[in-house]
Design a protein around this ligand. Structure first.
Ligand code: ADP
Ligand code: MG
Length: 358
């Protein structure tokens, strides 16, 4: 196992006259045994960051240490990828279809020219740990989804890496098996206390596995914190949107109230604030009701229902203040709400976020 220390890491690609600052000054320490997540939109430097750690990209600037060993320096790979003790996983599912479970797991060891007797011992050990002993002679097509995932993990871990790097590992899995695959990776990572870096554009991948996560925007960390903190206290609007569905509306803060329209308002968390802001509130923190109170929620005003449509277990319902049609909020409701009807809007005010206008 190893800690990873990255200092002022930069990778600039040049395409003709154009400079792409794929990784633009990242400093982070990932302690030994931690599961660290990198969440960010496509094209913002996640894969480049991981490839730098793996030694597959030469840093333009900055250094990388595994424990106290310098592995990458400006313009230079100090320790080659194959000597870093890393396992890199792209798509967790992708087994070799024409090889048995045994051969799939043995593959990285054979590549590394490990002696046959040692290969046999290591394959059997990890198969035992992951409950694959009985299917070692089976082909991938004969396995259950769970056995396939465990075979893929066994193959990644058979060389006993000190660092596990995962790049969008669940992107090729059906939604139905993704949850169990995440749970499995989390369990193994925690049991083995294996230092792990997982990168994904999908917050569910990061939030379900990482103990600490960095949100990468334009090659820089916009926020590094626990998953719950990133979700509940996002550093800015972009981070808030990456973390999950959120309503963002222009508001005016005045006299201790946040006005969504002239009639829809909630008390301001900070009485000193005045002026124009952007309010963020997640759909689960707003509610429509015929009553004006609900536990933990504040009555904000009257709204009119525009649309209510069923998606994935909830009715996504769009409402506007009755006096301002241009402001829209999305509310998740347990049942269908008739468009045109008027409801009371309740907001969990301690969960609202105020961002500066950008
Ligand atoms: P992500 O994994 O977050 O989608 P990448 O790290 O793949 O992002 O890419 C970050 C940026 O660097 C993108 O603009 C991408 O086009 C650019 N990039 C990545 N690899 C190369 C390369 N080998 N040559 C030139 N540009 C690259
Ligand atoms: Mg990528």
């Amino acid at each position: 196992m190893a800690s990873v220390r990255v200092e002022n890491l930069k990778k600039i690609f040049r395409r003709g006259k154009i400079e792409v600052r794929a990784v633009d000054g990242i400093t982070i320490t990932i302690p030994d045994g931690q599961a660290f997540g990198v969440l960010g939109p496509s094209g913002h430097g996640k894969t480049t960051f991981l490839r730098l750690i793996a030694g597959l990209e030469v840093p333009t600037d900055g250094t990388i240490y595994f424990d106290d060993e310098l592995v990458s320096a400006p313009g230079r790979i100090v320790v080659e990828p194959e000597h870093r003790g890393i396992a890199m996983v792209f798509q967790l599912w992708a087994l070799y279809p024409n090889m048995t479970v045994y051969d799939n797991i043995a593959f990285p060891l054979r590549n590394a020219k490990v002696p046959k007797s040692e290969i046999d011992k290591k394959v059997k050990e990890i198969a035992e740990e992951l409950g694959l002993t009985k299917v070692l002679n089976h082909y991938p097509r004969e396995l259950s989804g769970g056995q396939m995932q465990r075979t893929a993990i066994a193959r990644a871990l058979v060389k006993n890496p000190r660092l596990l790097l995962m790049d969008e590992p669940f992107s090729n899995l059906d939604a139905a098996v993704r949850d169990s695959a995440r749970a499995l990776v989390r369990k193994i990572q925690r049991e083995r206390k294996l230092t792990t870096i997982i990168v994904s554009h999908d917050p569910a991948d990061i939030f379900s596995i990482a103990e600490v996560a960095g949100v990468i925007i334009n090659g820089k960390f916009a926020q590094v914190s626990s998953p719950t903190d990133i979700y509940d206290n996002p550093a800015n609007e972009v981070v808030a949107k990456l973390g999950g569905d959120i309503n963002i509306v222009n508001v005016t803060v005045s006299g201790g109230f946040i006005y969504l329209s002239s009639s829809v308002k909630v008390p301001s968390p900070n009485p000193k604030l005045e002026g124009k802001y952007r309010l963020g509130v997640r759909p689960e923190d707003v509610m429509l009701s015929d009553s004006t109170d609900a536990p933990g929620m504040t009555f904000a005003g009257k709204v009119k229902v525009k649309v209510s449509s069923y998606v994935a277990g909830v009715f996504r319902t769009v409402v506007s203040p009755i006096d301002d049609d241009s402001v829209e909020l999305m509310v998740n409701m347990g049942g269908y709400v008739e468009p045109g009807s008027e409801k009371n809007l309740l907001i969990r005010t301690q969960k609202i976020k105020l961002f500066d206008e950008n």
